[in-house]
Write a new protein. Sequence first.
Length: 759
Amino acid sequence: MNTIWLFMKKNFKVIILLLGVSALLWSFMPKDPKDSPEKDQLLLELVTYLLEQTHYDPAKIDDEFSQSVYKTYLGALDPMKRYLIQSDIDEFAVYELLIDDMLQLKDLTFFDITQERITQRMLEAEAIYKEILEEPFDFTIHEEFDADYENLPYAKDKEELKHRWKKQLKLNALSTITDNLKVQQKKLDKDSNDESTDQTIEEVTDLAIIEPVGSDTQEVKKDSLDIKPIEIKSFEQLEIDARESLAKSLDDYFEAMHDLQRKDWFTVYINSIMERYDPHTLYFAPEEKDRFDASMSGNFEGIGAVLRKKSDGIEINELVTGGPAWKGKEIEVGDVILKVAQGKDEEPVDIVGVRLEDVVKQIKGKKGTTVYLTIKKIDGTIKVIPIMREVIEIEETYAKSSIIEDNGRKYGVIHLPKFYIDFENKDRRNAFTDVQKEIIELKEQGIDGIIMDLRNNGGGSLSTVIDMVGLFAKQGPVVQVKASKGKQQILDDKGTDIVWDGPLVVLVNNFSASASEIFAAAIQDYKRGVVIGSKHTYGKGTVQNLIDLNDLLKKQPYGDLGALKVTLQKFYRINGGSTQKEGVISDIVLPDRYSYIDMGERDLENVMPWDKIERAPYTPYDNDFSASIKKSQERIAKNPQFILIDENAQWINKRKDEKVFSLNLEEFQEKQKETEEIAKKFKPISEYKNKLNFASLPSEMQRVEQDSLMEIKRDRWHEMLKSDVYIEEGVNILKDLKDSNTSTKIKKIDTKINYSQSN
């Protein structure tokens, strides 16, 4: 959900002037306080100034602002209310109306107190769960647990907090035990219905007679047969297993919590302030900035390994196919990294006990440089393995397509997870050129229509989506942007060559946001294609700019300062309406599991309102989709799968507020049984198979031959498409559009329009 709009030059000048004066004061500070109050004060000064000067609608910093920050921050510190107690809240309440004043003074007293207290309470909670899980739970007692954390009051004292922990853990254990009892029962049922299995178990003694086809009779020992009796555990043993599993999970969780430093907690505090401006204005700590960049570009520089922390070091959890660690064949999943060196002659740094984020920093690095890892192999041997870093591509980020075969006709589906681009290196892959290539290759296969699948696409680069609209429509306005004090701008596709002028369906859902909404809205406003899916898209109609704080203050002793993502503008459809809060309304609404639940921007706090501006000068295509829309609506109304999905959505809506659970075994199982009986009715939803066939493009088949993992991933994707009723209806709509020949009727577009004009 990011854009590439540059920061206004006049603001940079003001900032540089401010920082130049401030630098005189900072120069007297210690030279290596990278996790210090002074650094936090600097961040507050930078961030609050930038927001005041650049945000689309700067918040008024007053008592109301202070109250909002206070509420958001405490909710972020302890969302499930399992650490803090009422006396803590009473102590903190003194600051509820003072945060605005403390911001002006760069006073960190409130943060310091809360950070110290939450750290203390988490240590106490660690002792609580360990003590509770040492004793068996009594599931015969009639009691309940209320999981409505938002409305739950804080525990009045430590004793009540302990009681709350016990109920939470009891619920978790009860759920685990119930699930395991069901698994055991299924095994027993299957075994009792399998006569051949029973006969085999009964007949196999210490010496069995086996007569393979075409062989002489052989004697085979019982232990040589792969026959394993079903292990049935008592309820008592299942209860012990559940507590042990819970303890292990919580041990891992609290080990990660112990790694948190002051800077991590301060990020929580500063983002509680950011959220008061709007939901998409955020502070990124350095590690988060790196992850954001990788998400936006779809690549990063490193060795291509997914890591996880263990007590004896950092374990290799996964290798990225095609990455240097994978290609080197010396590192395996399960190996443990003990030390890291940046050069052959440099002293390796012991990383046992070091934060995972800090280890990742040491291992990642510029393309072409070499890192030396001291590895403990699975067999226990120790090796030093040099790995040259490369650019690692995150395949799941990139566009992919499939040929759809249906009764002798071919169609194409392009799945685009994000409008990705690498701002640092424009020569690397980006969504526009990738989609362009996919369309060209699909056309070579003789397709009759394209489904652009933008479900769950959270957005990305604004310039990329503007160019991409041009692949489907003639040059013209794509989107309008407006700053709070600036002029309205109309942005066009700058004459991108049309690659596909045939039938087009855009598939969206509640989680299609930002750039996805720009694309869908432009296609809809031009009447270039049909938008189908959820009732409306997410509703994010704001434009953010990412400001690297290190670029603003190059000489400072605090290390990496991170970045600020700040809302600078709102974008509007070319028809003048905003997608903010309301989203894009689908031409054809397809039932989904969230049909009766309001989801998206409208459900967040501090969202910007919907509004409208003047219509941009554009001429839509001379298409009438009404007949195709009507046919689709008639099909949907009669389709058993969509009818069932709609019923399921109504049931989900009824259950969403159920937050009180019985901790009595019989009552819990009875409720589970009721739920499962109803859920059986909806099982066909997940078992559905359409009549379409899916095939990879020739270029993809070439890659699959070299990469077995990619083959597995694409087979899995095609299997998902095979069970996708939304893709099936998209194909039906493409058929209707093709048969009606509406998608190529184009009115003459006025090329004399000055698309850079302002209103």
